[in-house]
Structure formats: structure tokens, C-alpha cells
Design a binder for this molecule. Structure first.
Ligand SMILES: *Cc1c(COP(=O)(O)O)cnc(C)c1O
Length: 497
């Protein structure tokens, strides 16, 4: 399938090329030329396991990849999840389900895509005849960085460099990244927030000077952020999988519509749900849940995106984002794929920090979406109520979604089933989760995790407990202006064996 850029001045001849490049040359995002319908295949998907469902959905976009190879890559990726189940659906109340996406190697939903992306990228590069070393640049709000590092560590012909906001991630998230093993990895803290990291990385991507220097080193750049279509397409799968599981459990009949609530930051996760709907999944509403950085809530309400606002550091740091990259893909669809208009809006956003939709676009927006937010106090009380009343321990990101799902159910007064996406293990945010469910603050993340374990039935994952003794390899913190320099230095380094 061909891929086009949201800004109209670039294209990729197939998914392999779109995934290898990550970002289009015009600064836009690659989108598939059309969305294949799988409506009539839903019935067949019921009896498939997760890896089969994944290979089936992903294969619809990646026709140039070998089918058998794709299926074994999916099997290999998803066998790394606890109990071999990448996306279990858990019923926590009447009509209310949690889709647990955090049972992978790094305990966040990013693992669903990043256990598979190394295969998609390597194979894509081979299909395209790319011989250069691929340097993957990542800006992370906490979870993508670690998941990408684990996915790509020690992979032949690939290097990976991660930028994270030095004071904007949880203690456990920071430790996970700073102790990363592997010969081909680099982790750098940036003075600033996630938006600073993301802007710095995007700037490096579009700099012709950087490109020229990298050419000398025989290096090309790619991205493991959700601007890369290879990140999005594995995320489409779990919407289908959750739906099939609900049919199989007798909770819904095939064809019934359901709702999803998604804790949202960069708009990658929820966009994957929108793509699933476009492919024929019976979804009524996608509920976009934000924390106090509620730029998206206001966008859905008013039709104006305005990033000129205070930035808050919250206890759901992976959603502390004001410039939501993947929204570009949504507004591209809302204006019937008018790339000139999309490009204009993106340059407006860059210049003034805002842009507005017209009336028809706004109507189209609220047909598929509902939006709400959850402040810090509500986040704590939701974690506490969820634990006390339903016996379910959730992390702060999931709590944001549960709170907004509750608001939506009051507003919509429907009997539809609601699936809330759970994006991280509570142990990645042990202090704040303990504060909510145990009523006290413990400063040390490991001590808090221990107390949490004794309160709840959920054991501490070994990925957390083993962090305590791992040596810290990466402690550098830089100014955002020096990001390009770091990348060039890393590109020139020989991979140590
Ligand atoms: C990344 C992340 C999110 C936000 O997902 P987006 O795709 O950026 O919208 C939510 N929760 C957690 C735990 C995350 O790691």
C-alpha cells in the first residue's frame, strides 16, 4: 500500500519505506492511502490468538512483508508478555472493562508496538535496500524510551538514542532508562519538558546540516515515536482483540457497538482506535481522557487547539504533553485529507501555538469522540475508590481514563460496554499509587513498592525489583540546544562489543 504525507509534499511507495523513514521529508506524518475494511473478517478473528490477530490486521497495511515472517515476528513479540497474553480484558464492574496493556517487558503499553517495531523496521529497511546504519531517535515522556531501548538493544545495524525530560518522569521510569543495557544505546536527560524533547528531535529530523553530516558517517535516521506508522499499526490490533474477547465472553453480540476510553498524551493510542473504527470495528465513541494538561479536552470542546498555556507536571507524566503530534493525522482526516490545509494549520501551530477547525470539521469530530479530563485530586481519589470499591489497583494514567469514563457514562446514559485502556503498571508510579490507596507518602520508590505489594494482591514485577541493584550507565543532562551535537557524536561512535 502507498503512503502519503499529511502535508502533501512527500510520499512513500509502501509501508516498508514509511516505517524506515519514520517522518515524511516535508515534516508531515505518513498515513496509508486508504483504510482496508475488515468488517467481514471480524467473525474469523474470534477464534484467532493475539499473534494471529496482529499478523492479520498489520498484514492489511504491510502487503510487501512476507506473511509467514510477520506472523512469527508477532508470535515472538507477544510471547514476551506475562502468561503470553499481550492484551487481556478484565471486567471490573457492570458494563466496565479494563484492557490491560502493561504486561510486557517494560510494564507500559508502549511494549505492544515496540516489541514488534524492530522487526518491522529491519525488514522494511531490507525491502528498501537500505544499507546504512539506522539511528533511531526517541523523545520520551517516560515509557516509550525504555520500551524502545529494550526492543532495539544490541540489534545489528541499528543505534538508538533517547531524550527524556530530566525532571519530568517518575523515579522508576528514570531508573529503567538510566540502567539500560546494550552496546548500541544512549540515554540523555534534557533540561525541559517532553515538548522540548519532541521539538528538538523533530528539528534534527528536518535539518539538512545534520543529514549531510550523518551521510558522511553512513547513518540514516528513523523514529520509534508514534509519529512512525510502525508504532501505530500494532496498536490498532488490541482494539480488535478486545472486541473479539468481549464477543467470545458473551458480553456482546457480534456487530454491537462499544466505547473505548483512552488516557491520551501524544494522541497515538487513541488514533489507533480511530483507525480501527475506520477499518470497520463497531465503535460508537472514543473517549479522550487528559490530565491537567487538558489542551485536547478544550480542542474537542471548542474546535480550537491552543497550546499557549501553563504546563503542569502531574502524577501521570506520560501524558504531560501540550503539542500532541498525532492529532495532525486526525485533523487530516477531518478535512477530507486536504494536505494544504493541514500543512497551513501545522505552520500556524508552530508560529502562534494555535489553530481552529471549521464548523463541519467540528461536527465530524464530536461524532466519533468525547473528551474530558481529570485533575490531580480526582486522580488520587479515583485510584482509591477503584481499589476500595472494585478491588482493582490501577496506575495514575489508567485512573485518569477511569474518571473520564465515569463522567462520560453519566453524560451519555447508555448501556453500551465501556473498555478503558490501562497503559502502565501501578508499580512504575509506586509512591503516588501508595499515597492514593494506602493514605501515606513514602519517598523511596522501592519502599513504596514494597508497601503497595503488602496492601494489594499484585506482586512487584521483577522488572521493578531488579532495578535496585543495576548500575546506572547514563546520567548526562543537557540543554535542548545541544541535542543535535549529542546525536552527531553518537552517530560517529563505534559500537563497542
Ligand atoms: C504514552 C503513554 C500514554 C499516552 O499515550 P499516547 O499514545 O501518547 O496518547 C498514556 N499512558 C501511559 C502510561 C503512557 O506511557
Amino acid at each position: 500500500m502507498k503512503f502519503i504525507s499529511t502535508r502533501g509534499a512527500a510520499a512513500a511507495e509502501n509501508a516498508a519505506q514509511a516505517i524506515t523513514k519514520g517522518l515524511a521529508d516535508d515534516g508531515g506524518l505518513f498515513v496509508p492511502e486508504s483504510f482496508p475494511s475488515v468488517k467481514d473478517d471480524l467473525k474469523n478473528m474470534l477464534s484467532m490468538d493475539y499473534a494471529e490477530r496482529a499478523a492479520f490486521i498489520i498484514g492489511k497495511f504491510l502487503g510487501e512483508y512476507d506473511k509467514g515472517g510477520l506472523y512469527s515476528a508477532c508470535q515472538k513479540a507477544y510471547s514476551q508478555f506475562e502468561d503470553g497474553d499481550a492484551a487481556p480484558v478484565v471486567k471490573i464492574d457492570d458494563n466496565l472493562f479494563v484492557l490491560e496493556l502493561f504486561h510486557g517487558p517494560t510494564l507500559a503499553f508502549k511494549d505492544i508496538a515496540l516489541t514488534l517495531l524492530p522487526y518491522l523496521l529491519r525488514t522494511g529497511a531490507d525491502i528498501g535496500g537500505v544499507k546504512e546504519t539506522i539511528l533511531i531517535l526517541v523523545a520520551t515522556s517516560g515509557d516509550t524510551g525504555k520500551a524502545a531501548l529494550e526492543g532495539f538493544k544490541n540489534q545489528q545495524g541499528v543505534k538508538i538514542c533517547v531524550f527524556y525530560p530530566s525532571e519530568g518522569v517518575s523515579d522508576m521510569q528514570k531508573l529503567q532508562m538510566c540502567t539500560q543495557e546494550g552496546d548500541n544505546v544512549k540515554v540523555v536527560g534534557v533540561k525541559g519538558n517532553f515538548d522540548d524533547c519532541q521539538t528538538a528531535v523533530k528539528k534534527i529530523f528536518t535539518s539538512s546540516e545534520v543529514a549531510a553530516e550523518l551521510k558522511n558517517e553512513n547513518v540514516v535516521l528513523s523514529s520509534a515515536n508514534s509519529i512512525n506508522f510502525g508504532r501505530l499499526v500494532p496498536q490498532v490490533v488490541y482494539y480488535f482483540s478486545a472486541y473479539c474477547d468481549l464477543v467470545n465472553a458473551g458480553e456482546i453480540a457480534l456487530g454491537d457497538e462499544i466505547d473505548f476510553t483512552v488516557p491520551t498524551g501524544n494522541f497515538g493510542n487513541i488514533l489507533a482506535g480511530y483507525y480501527a473504527k475506520k477499518m470497520g470495528l463497531p465503535v460508537k465513541k472514543l473517549v479522550c481522557a487528559s490530565n491537567s494538561n487538558n489542551v485536547l479536552t478544550e480542542f474537542f470542546l471548542s474546535g480550537t487547539y491552543d497550546a499557549n498555556r501553563e504546563f503542569f507536571k502531574t502524577m501521570s507524566p506520560s501524558m504531560d504533553i501540550l503539542i500532541s503530534s498525532n492529532l495532525e493525522r486526525l485533523i487530516f482526516e477531518l478535512c477530507d485529507r486536504d494536505s494544504a490545509l493541514t500543512a497551513n494549520r501545522m505552520s500556524e501551530l508552530k508560529k502562534t501555538g494555535k489553530y481552529s477547525l471549521d464548523k463541519d470539521e467540528k461536527a465530524a469530530l464530536i461524532k466519533d469522540f468525547y473528551a474530558g479530563y481529570c485533575d490531580e485530586e480526582e486522580c488520587l481519589s479515583t485510584m482509591a475508590e477503584c481499589f476500595d470499591d472494585l478491588g482493582y489497583l490501577c496506575d495514575p494514567h489508567t485512573a485518569v481514563a477511569l474518571k473520564v469514563a465515569g463522567d462520560y457514562s453519566v453524560y451519555s446514559d447508555s448501556n453500551r460496554k465501556m473498555v478503558v485502556l490501562s497503559t502502565a503498571s501501578p508499580y512504575k508510579f509506586s509512591q503516588n499509587v501508595l499515597k492514593a490507596v494506602g493514605g501515606k507518602f513514602v519517598k523511596d520508590a522501592f519502599d513504596a513498592a514494597k508497601e503497595l505489594e503488602s496492601l494489594s494482591a499484585a506482586p512487584i514485577p521483577k522488572q521493578i525489583s531488579e532495578l535496585k541493584t543495576k548500575p546506572k550507565r547514563f546520567t548526562d543532562v543537557i540543554d535542548k540546544a545541544d541535542a543535535a551535537k549529542e546525536v552527531l557524536r553518537f552517530a560517529a561512535e563505534k559500537i563497542r562489543k
